[in-house]
Design a protein around this ligand. Structure first.
Ligand code: SAM
Length: 300
């Protein structure tokens, strides 16, 4: 398969689920497999193993102590930076990798409402939560857009992570499309893709505006595994006037990460982008909205 070479050159990232195992125990155990176990300098509790290390059947993965999660996918939860006593919503949660990452950052305290609309995927979400031992997670099977922000318990929510359905154009498999034989129906395919992306972006904008409508929310993280401007900077730019009218501004997500949003509007430097080839991880996008009274906007 074209691309296997690229895939095997990508480091194996593994996140320590601190709800189940300490960092030192995890590192000690992994060092029995390979001498090269490094700690990521951006995401705490993320370890880097050599490319090609197969951990799928490892006992610590099977029992939920370690989570096979790419570096890009580990960015949104620390950007939200929920405090252990907070109530938060993971708005589009399944399969639940970011939900249980939030749970670990909150030391299993506070409350996470993990919302998922799809009945098959909600089963997977429950399994992820159970395996991770994330007892502070309450799964809500339903449409995030139908949650009433002003109703208890949601009216007390202080953080929302919104990682909605997207084109998935940042994932490696999609990026390798260009290596496949050319498709005679290419133009039709492009038009269909444009329409699909526009529909997704309109949903993403609605969901983001809904997240910004929760009365006690202080921080909202919007992320996608898309590389398209329309789903990323386009969505952020579209909601900014309403966000600002509601007292939100962009906070700087992961200030030490060098690759920022496309410079299509003032403030795009607050945004994070990753690129699969340049950064050896999925193409990803993260934006942080903070309510203006929150003075600490640089700690994402
Ligand atoms: N955050 C997840 C993770 O890291 O494991 C991945 C989320 S995936 C990109 C988007 C999810 O949102 C899908 O499972 C999809 O079914 C769900 N979804 C889409 N529309 C939704 C809605 N209106 N309300 C709740 N969930 C929704």
């Amino acid at each position: 398969v074209a691309g296997q070479g690229i895939e095997t050159s990508v480091p194996r990232y593994v996140r320590i689920n601190t709800l189940k195992i300490s960092r030192s125990e995890a590192i000690k155990s992994l060092k029995q497999l390979t001498d090269s176990v490094k700690e990521d300098d951006l995401i705490s509790d993320l370890l880097i193993l050599p490319a090609g290390t197969d951990l799928h059947m490892h006992a610590l993965v099977q029992n939920g102590s370690l989570v096979l999660q790419g570096k890009a996918s580990c960015m949104p939860a620390p950007v939200l930076d929920p405090k252990p006593d907070w109530e938060v919503i993971d708005a589009c949660a399944a399969p639940g990798n970011k939900t249980v990452h939030l749970a670990a950052l909150m030391n299993g305290k506070g409350k996470i409402y993990a919302c998922e609309v799809d009945s098959k995927r909600v089963v997977r979400l429950r399994e992820t939560v159970k395996l991770a031992g994330a007892s502070n997670v309450e799964v809500h099977h339903g449409d995030f857009l139908k949650i009433n922000p002003n109703k208890s318990p949601y009216s007390k929510v202080r953080g929302i992570l919104l990682d909605p359905s997207c084109s998935g154009s940042g994932t490696r498999v999609q990026r390798l499309d260009h290596l496949l034989p050319s498709n005679t129906a290419g133009t039709q395919k492009d038009d269909a893709e444009k329409q699909r992306v526009e529909q997704l972006a309109q949903f993403q904008e609605r969901a983001l505006l809904h997240a910004l409508a929760f009365p006690a929310v202080e921080r909202v993280v919007y992320s996608t595994c898309s590389i398209y401007e329309r789903e990323n900077e386009g969505v952020v730019q579209a909601v900014l006037p309403q966000a600002s009218a509601r007292g939100f501004k962009l906070g700087t997500a992961l200030p030490s990460w060098p690759h920022r949003g496309l410079p299509v509007f003032d403030g795009a430097h607050h945004l994070v982008r990753t690129d699969s080839e340049r950064d050896q991880m999925d193409g990803f996008f993260v934006a942080l909205f903070v309510r203006e009274k929150d003075e600490d906007t640089e700690d994402g």
